[in-house]
Ligand binder design. Structure first.
Ligand code: PGA
Length: 256
C-alpha cells in the first residue's frame, strides 16, 4: 500500500482529487467506484470545482441502506445526487447505486456484480474506512472473498452513523454492500481517512496482519492501493515518518 500523509484533510483530499481528475482526463469513459459518508465530501467539492467532463463516466457506489425510501435524505442515492452528481454533467443512466428496496435483494446483488463486469470493471474505487476497519459496509469478520450482498451493521457503525440520523435507533441495521472480493477487483483502490478516530483502524489496516478482523487490511494484497490520510489518521502508524520520507523523495515520473 502507498501511504500518502498530508497535514490536513483538505490537502489529502486535493491530492486524491488530482489522481481522479488525471484519470478522467486520460480516459473519459472511466468507471469509478464511489463512497459516501463524511470522508469523501471535501474530495467531491474539489472535483466539482475542477469542472471535469463526466458525460461518459460510469459510476458504481459501494453500498446503500436497506428499507429507506429512495428519496429519504440519508439514502446514499440522495447523498450522491446532492453532494456530487447534480453538480456534474453525468448521465443518470450511467449512475449505479444498490437499490435498498429491491424486491429480490440477492438477485439484485448478482445483477449489480454483472453490471460492473459489463462496464469493464472499476478503474478507481474510492474507499473510506470505518472506525472498526470496515470498507464499504464489510464489517469485521466479513469474508475476504465476499461479493455484493446483504450485511448487518455492527453496533459501533450504527453509533458512528447516528450523527446523520439524529439517533442510533434510526440507523437502518441492514445494508447492501459490494463485497471485499468485488472491491479487490478494482484496478486501483484509493482509500481516504481523516481524524484521530480513524488512527487505530488505519494502523491495523496498514501495519497489522491481513485479517478479516480489520477488513481494510486486505488492501495490503492489492497491487495498486493508495491511502491519502491526514496527520491525525496517521498518528498511530509506527512508520509514519518512513511514509512521509517516501512521498517527499518520489522520483518526478512517479508524481501525479
Ligand atoms: P465516514 O465513514 O466517512 O462517515 O467516517 C467512513 C466509512 O464508514 O467507511
Amino acid at each position: 500500500m502507498e501511504i500518502i500523509i498530508r497535514p490536513t484533510a483538505a490537502e489529502a483530499s486535493s491530492l486524491a482529487a488530482r489522481i481522479i481528475a488525471k484519470h478522467l482526463r486520460e480516459k473519459p469513459k472511466s468507471v469509478l467506484g464511489l463512497a459516501t459518508g463524511g470522508t469523501p465530501l471535501p474530495l467531491y467539492r474539489t472535483l466539482i470545482a475542477m469542472d471535469l467532463d463526466w458525460s461518459e463516466v460510469i459510476t458504481f457506489n459501494l453500498d446503500e441502506y436497506i428499507g429507506l425510501p429512495r428519496e429519504h435524505p440519508q439514502t446514499y442515492h440522495s447523498f450522491m445526487w446532492e453532494n456530487l452528481f447534480r453538480h456534474t454533467n453525468i448521465r443518470p443512466e450511467n449512475v449505479h447505486i444498490p437499490d435498498g428496496n429491491a424486491a429480490d435483494i440477492p438477485a439484485h446483488c448478482a445483477e449489480y456484480e454483472e453490471r460492473i463486469r459489463n462496464a469493464g470493471g472499476i478503474d478507481i474505487q474510492l474507499l473510506g474506512i470505518g472506525t472498526d476497519g470496515h470498507i464499504g459496509f464489510n464489517e469485521p469478520t466479513s469474508s475476504l472473498a465476499s461479493r455484493t450482498r446483504i450485511k448487518t451493521l455492527t453496533r459501533q457503525t450504527c453509533a458512528d452513523n447516528a450523527r446523520f440520523f439524529g439517533s442510533e435507533e434510526k440507523v437502518p441495521k441492514h445494508v447492501i454492500t459490494m463485497g471485499i472480493g468485488t472491491i479487490m477487483e478494482a484496478r486501483m483502490n484509493l482509500l481516504l481517512a481523516f481524524g484521530e478516530n480513524k488512527a487505530a483502524a488505519i494502523a491495523g489496516a496498514v501495519e497489522g496482519p491481513i485479517s478479516s478482523i480489520n477488513p481494510a487490511s486486505i488492501l495490503q494484497m492489492h497491487p495498486v492501493a493508495k491511502a491519502c490520510i491526514d496527520d491525525a489518521a496517521a498518528s498511530a502508524l509506527e512508520r509514519a515518518n518512513y511514509f512521509r520520507w517516501v512521498h517527499d523523495n518520489k522520483p518526478d515520473w512517479q508524481k501525479i
